[in-house]
Design a protein around this ligand. Structure first.
Ligand code: ATP
Ligand code: MG
Length: 382
């Protein structure tokens, strides 16, 4: 008799914003952010890369009703300069606040009194506001006034998400940050959410008295998904697609990936593909799959390695081979790995953090990518 096998699609997703049943937990964070948004509190949402900031904020957007909220999302990685930001911000605000073209044209006339933007139609049937050959100072003022004016006119609340906001630092040639602060603090119906994965810069923006954004909002440090929640999520994904998986296997996955959402999902995705026909995962499969992923990424790791100084490499080898409870600035650690002095180690660590290969969490030094750590350990074990 031919056995009937069901065809399933790989249930794990990575490298994109996750939604719906691909989105695990985050109930506490969603609730807190929604409450803040209702109270027009500004938020600085900070976490290392790939913890799930963008997915979380998209979940918050989903939960905020269209009727009461105008929702704006700007990814600062895609913005090239101040002009581009003004164009993007004003277009998104107008587009998301008014549906009818005649109303849009009328409001543009009302809101822009000193500068007259051109409305350019785009290939997808939408439009952008264009500000070529316009006096820049007036333009910045009028665009940054828009959230306040629109929310008053529409009698709605607005939430403006500035993703990877630290990139605003690369817009030179004008003091946009100062003007932003001056304007944003008066927008009573608007909540600004500034997100970023360059943790130090983001933190300094809101905590240093000389920073234009000093005390402009509260900081939320996005942590990892609680282990039990993530375990349940992974177990459900495997078992609902016909897999048998022991709790110890899931624990090992979370342990290896250091519970970083992106790497958890990426690892599970690969394991699922590897074991598609057997539908059973054992502990030894984990090691095999790690090796396979590391092999696939080897040229990328070599490229990273080539861009490090020999001392930085030595530091990374030491960190990859470090015992869990070993302190990195201890005399014994420095001696064991022949790292010269605390000050040279600190300098190298700071440079490696800047390259985003390591991150520093609660006094703990971690590799951003657990697979890179494994590669270093297997290539350069001492
Ligand atoms: N709540 C979640 N449930 C399940 N997986 C998640 C969750 N949040 C994030 N992930 C996983 O992590 C990946 C990265 O998520 P996301 O892009 O939202 O993170 P990010 O912090 O914005 O990353 P980056 O710093 O690269 O912008 C997702 O593709 C998904 O695999
Ligand atoms: Mg993101």
């Amino acid at each position: 008799m031919i056995q009937k096998t069901e065809i399933y699609r790989n249930p794990f997703k990575f490298g994109e914003v996750v939604k719906g049943e691909d989105f695990a937990d985050r109930k506490k964070e969603v609730k807190e952010i929604i409450e803040d948004v209702y109270n027009s509190v500004n938020i600085f949402l900070i976490s290392p890369r790939r913890y799930g900031k963008t997915s979380l904020i998209m979940k918050v957007f989903e939960e905020l009703s269209e009727r009461n909220f105008i929702k704006i999302f700007i990814d600062f990685y895609t913005i090239s300069d101040v002009n581009h930001l003004l164009q993007k911000l004003s277009s998104e605000i107008i587009k998301n606040s008014y549906k009818k073209l005649n109303l849009i044209m009328e409001r543009i006339k009302d809101f822009f009194t000193s500068v007259k933007p051109l409305v350019k139609l785009t290939a997808d049937g939408s439009f952008v506001l264009d500000f070529e050959r316009i006096d820049k100072t007036m333009l910045i003022e009028e665009v940054l006034d828009l959230p306040g004016k629109v929310t008053e006119e529409r009698r709605k609340r607005m939430v403006i998400v500035c993703d990877e906001f630290q990139e605003v630092r690369n817009f030179n040639g004008c003091n946009i940050e100062k003007i932003m602060r001056a304007k944003f603090q008066h927008h009573d119906r608007v909540s600004y959410i500034f997100m970023g994965s360059k943790e130090r810069i983001m933190e300094e923006m809101v905590t240093l008295p000389e920073s234009p954004f000093y005390n402009l909002g509260k900081i939320i440090y996005l942590d990892k998904i609680p282990i039990d929640e993530f375990k349940r999520f992974i177990w459900k994904k495997f078992t609902s697609t016909g897999f048998k998986v022991e709790e110890s296997v899931i624990e090992k996955i979370l342990d290896f990936t250091n519970n970083i959402p992106y790497y958890v999902q990426m690892f599970c995705y690969n394991l699922w593909n590897e074991k598609l026909w057997e539908k059973k995962i054992s502990l030894s499969d984990i090691e095999d799959c790690v090796k396979k992923i590391v092999k696939q990424n080897e040229s990328y790791f070599i490229e990273i390695w080539d861009n490090l100084t020999s001392y930085q490499r030595r530091v990374l080898i030491a960190l990859a081979n470090k015992e869990v409870d070993e302190r990195i600035y201890s005399y014994s650690f420095i001696r064991r790995f022949n790292l010269k002095s605390i000050s040279s180690l600190q300098k190298a660590v700071a440079a490696i953090i800047k390259k985003r290969i390591l991150h520093n969490k609660k006094e703990e030094m971690k590799f951003t990518d657990p697979f890179l750590c494994y590669w270093i350990k297997s290539e350069f074990s001492l």
